[in-house]
Design a binder for this molecule. Structure first.
Ligand code: ARG
Ligand code: ZN
Length: 881
């Protein structure tokens, strides 16, 4: 374990390297426990650098076994080596010069899954952010770009495949049952994009002809026997390649494009140049084992990693503070891709739900940080939903402010100006200033100020003057290290509607810029006066979620119902339905807490049921509307002193009201929303399944019996329906014979399929109520539970902590104590995984006092542990601060 050095890295300290790396030549002699790595690095001194300067290279748990300078043994008094660094002093004057470094590493013992490790019998690497330094001593930072040659030597029968970045140069036998392969990547890249994979895998192949007519070989490698399950990923890859050409004019730049799916992986996937490595969860799918959301995730992540080839790889980040430069932008690109492939409004609803349930709590808690942070202790802890999802929202706002065409022009400038460079957020923003002539200085605060802005709006109509005045106020809450915030430039997409639902066009607007139906809020308080408004308007603000803000705008249920019926922006319709639901859910939680009977207001229930039955609305949209705000959403809106049990009970009661009121509608939908014929994963069929399953959920409340759901379980011919039915049985009727039977049928049928077994664990980890902890403890003894597999640990421990507010947050604090024990155990093997799961505690301060106390004590227990990784120490200390 690397003990914490407590070192803080500051953006302000950035300095370019003194030595420029020209070329990298790597030779790997692979062995499960003793892999020899020879790195030949060619450097020259940057102009003006002191000729006496020492060269300092990064390492992490490394052992040096040889060091040559220009092919001559380096005298021992000229360098200092530790597992964490190699410093070479008194370098001879030759320039450029070559350093040859030999290290011996043990892939089998690498349980952190950073650097070179073993998974499912194959060799695999993960180098972002700082994994390359676990392979060899290196200037392991994103602004050091060089072309790489990679030679791989390995036992031939165990490793018929030897893969690395770039184009294949050639291979041959190497005696004694070994063989070798050589790869060359001509595109200068940072070390975090290095990859090596070796082993015995199955393959599916295809080709893609780029817009300039070059043929690219496409290869997806999976475990033998799983080839057919990679077909959807291949299709998504080809669609991504085409989309990036059509929309951004970006073409692929190597002869071969490879994806490897592995079962042990700390994250979703990794965009290594020409050789993406994926968590197999985001590659493998077939109707029998993958849900519709699995398909959607695969499509999105395949696209995401592919899009990185331009946003991240061709144009890299100068330093890790600029992580959002590649991640926020690439998430924006994959969101747009999915919106084009599927239903744009439904995709937007799903994005916003995710943003609000994951990023908003992060931004409101102790782990809040700017999209572009200015300091970190452990960079792995900054692969956050703020950097990714809020980063994407900031990019989206640039597109909203500038308009689609000018945005694309700015992207064109970015690609032309910075290709082959490692750049900053400032460089990126400048491209859009140049494209538009707009000053984006104030807008850039979105990158620098943490916290979700709260916009408070109120309107008043003057019938005599025919004006509508909208007063707006923005407040950005204090966040760790940032107490005083400046007002931000907030683009609010806004539309006025007449009482008959027709859109109104005001003659002109005073007090705020209002162009292309976007109102620019730039002051702390601002009054926009709309002139030429014939009747009292109903206002729709922040349509399509044009800005990632909390909006307080008191609208009557009648106005919201009108928007739910008439808004042309379907995201805004969903928002209106949600705004109708929320006060009911908040009141229900309060009433439940006080032991009062919970009631629901009629406008809300009726509007929701009418929307559910509206044939003019896409089924997927209706399913989204029926999925009421979650318990986490309610907790966030309540803001503090939260009792998860009351939130749960209140929400259950509201669901029951909707179920009873809409029973006939739900019966009809359950009957009509079938998907006859062969299974298709397309968005339309998925939408029908989603709506039918939403109806089934409500029916399980209206009918008080597992019978219909058990019949659905028995009849299901795809994983979406099967898992949905299983979830209802387990969550709604946990003690029933039907639930027990379904869980055991499911386990027996899929015990051989790791990704489905993960689902089996997750369904049980999310059963509401205090009793689930015992179930989780028992499941950890199950032979199917594998502590070394990150997906499995996340599916049980992670899901329990993140997604079971009543079980994990049980009043006696046992859930938090369980988590503390598990974190310490996981941390010994895999700090990144431990730190990530620990972020489930980020909202502990919004709990009621008794739970808060338990939570704090458990956090302190982690903090007190004698040995903690930098990763966990950083998270626990910030969480407690
Ligand atoms: N760059 C990868 C992606 O988003 C993720 C890498 C995550 N790395 C980490 N250390 N958490 O596509
Ligand atoms: Zn990414």
């Amino acid at each position: 374990m690397r003990t914490d050095t407590g070192q803080v890295i500051n953006l302000a300290d950035y300095q370019p390297t003194e030595f420029v790396l020209e070329r990298v030549d790597l030779t790997f002699e692979l062995d499960p426990t003793e892999t020899k790595v020879e790195a030949r690095l060619i450097f020259h001194r940057r102009e003006g650098v002191d000729p006496k300067a020492s060269l300092v290279l990064d390492g992490d748990e490394l052992a040096l076994s040889g060091l040559l300078f220009d092919q001559m043994e380096m005298p021992a008094d000229q360098y200092t080596v530790t597992p964490e660094s190699l410093t070479v002093r008194d370098l001879p004057a030759s320039d450029p010069f070559e350093l040859t470094i030999t290290t011996i590493i043990n892939p089998e013992a690498n349980t952190k899954l950073m650097g070179l490790y073993r998974t499912g019998g194959i060799y695999c690497t993960q180098c972002e952010a700082e994994g390359f330094r676990r392979i060899t001593y290196f200037p392991d930072r994103p602004d050091v770009l060089a072309p790489y040659t990679v030679n791989i030597i390995a036992d031939k029968s165990a490793n018929p495949l030897l893969l690395s970045n770039g184009n294949f140069l050639g291979g041959a036998g190497y005696g004694e049952g070994k063989h070798f392969a050589a790869w060359f990547d001509p595109h200068p890249k940072p070390s975090y994009l290095f990859a090596l994979v070796a082993g015995d895998l199955g393959i599916i192949e295809d080709t893609f002809t780029t817009m300039s007519g070059r043929e690219v070989a496409l290869k997806i490698y999976v475990e033998h026997g799983k080839e057919s399950r990679a077909a959807y990923a291949m299709d998504a890859l080809k669609r991504s390649m085409k989309w990036d050409e059509d929309v951004f004019g970006r073409e692929y730049d190597l002869d071969i494009c490879m994806i490897v799916a592995v079962s042990d992986f700390n994250m979703g996937a990794m965009e290594n140049k020409g050789l993406n490595v994926f968590n197999d969860k985001y590659v493998l799918a077939d109707p029998e084992t993958a849900t519709d959301s699995d398909y959607a995730n695969i499509e999105a992540i395949i696209a995401h990693e592919y899009f990185h080839n331009w946003t991240g790889n061709r144009i890299a980040c100068r330093d890790w503070f600029q992580l959002c430069l590649k991640e926020g932008l690439t998430v924006y690109r994959d969101h747009e891709f999915s919106a084009d492939q599927r239903s744009r409004p439904v995709k937007r609803i799903a994005e916003v739900r995710h943003l609000k349930s994951e990023q908003f709590p992060e931004d409101a808690g102790p782990l809040a940080h700017p999209v572009r942070p200015i300091k970190y202790r452990e960079i792995n802890n900054f692969y956050t939903t703020t950097v990714y999802e809020k980063g994407s929202e900031v990019t989206r706002m640039i597109a909203t402010l500038l308009g689609k065409e000018t945005f694309k022009k700015g992207m064109g400038i970015y690609f032309d100006r910075h290709d082959g460079q490692a750049v900053t957020i400032e460089d990126f923003v400048k491209c859009f200033e140049d494209a538009s002539g707009r000053d984006l200085t104030q807008f850039s605060l979105w990158y620098h100020q943490a916290g979700t802005p709260l916009v408070t709006a109120s309107g008043s109509y003057d019938a005599a003057a025919k004006t509508f005045s909208l007063s707006l106020e923005q407040m950005i809450p204090a966040t760790p290290g940032q107490s005083d915030k400046k007002p931000m430039h907030i683009p609010l997409s806004l539309q006025l509607f007449a009482q008959d639902g027709a859109a109104m066009a005001p003659a002109f607007v005073e007090g705020a810029e209002y162009t292309g139906s976007v109102l620019h809020l730039i002051e702390r308080t601002q009054m926009a006066v709309f002139h030429g408004v014939p009747t009292r308007p109903v206002v729709s603000i922040n349509r399509s979620f044009s800005a990632p803000i909390n909006l307080h705008f008191d609208q009557s249920p009648a106005d919201l119902a009108l928007l739910a019926r008439c808004e042309t922006d379907h995201f805004a319709r969903w928002q209106a339905l949600t705004d109708l639901a929320l006060p009911n859910l908040l009141k229900a939680a309060r009433d439940a807490r006080e032991g009062k009977t919970v009631g629901s207001e009629a406008t809300f229930v009726d509007t929701l049921v009418i929307a559910a039955a509206d044939e003019g609305l896409e089924p997927a949209f209706r399913a989204q509307a029926l999925a009421l705000p979650s318990e986490a959403d309610i907790a966030r809106e309540l803001g503090g002193n939260n009792d998860p049990d009351a939130i749960h009970a209140g929400r259950q009661a509201v669901i029951k009201h909707v179920a009873d009121a809409g029973r006939e509608t739900f019966v009809a939908l359950y009957g009509s929303m079938t998907t006859p014929g062969a299974f298709s994963a397309d968005a339309t069929s998925a939408g029908r399944r989603a709506l039918r399953n939403a109806a089934l959920t409500y029916l399980s409340y209206a009918e008080h019996s597992p019978a219909r759901t058990k019949a659905a379980f028995d009849a299901a011919n795809n994983m979406t329906d099967l898992l949905h039915a299983l979830t209802i049985l387990a969550h709604r009727f946990p003690d029933s014979a039907e639930a027990a039977e379904a869980l055991s049928i499911f386990r027996d049928r899929f015990a051989e399929n790791a990704l489905v077994v993960d689902k089996w664990f997750s369904v049980q980890a999310t059963i509401p109520g205090a009793g689930t902890l015992d179930r989780v403890l028992k499941l950890m003894e199950n032979p199917l539970f594998k502590r070394t597999n990150p997906n499995r640990v996340r599916s049980l421990v992670g899901t329990f902590a993140f997604a079971n507010p009543t079980g994990f947050g049980r009043a006696d604090g046992e859930g938090y104590r369980f988590l503390a024990r598990e974190i310490l155990d996981i941390d010994r093997r895999n700090p990144q995984l431990a730190a990530r799961i620990l972020t489930s505690m980020r909202s502990w301060r919004s709990l009621e006092p008794v739970r808060q106390d338990h939570a704090r004590l458990s956090l302190l227990e982690i903090e007190r542990a004698a040995e903690l990784s930098t990763d966990v120490r950083d998270i626990v200390e910030r969480t407690l601060k």
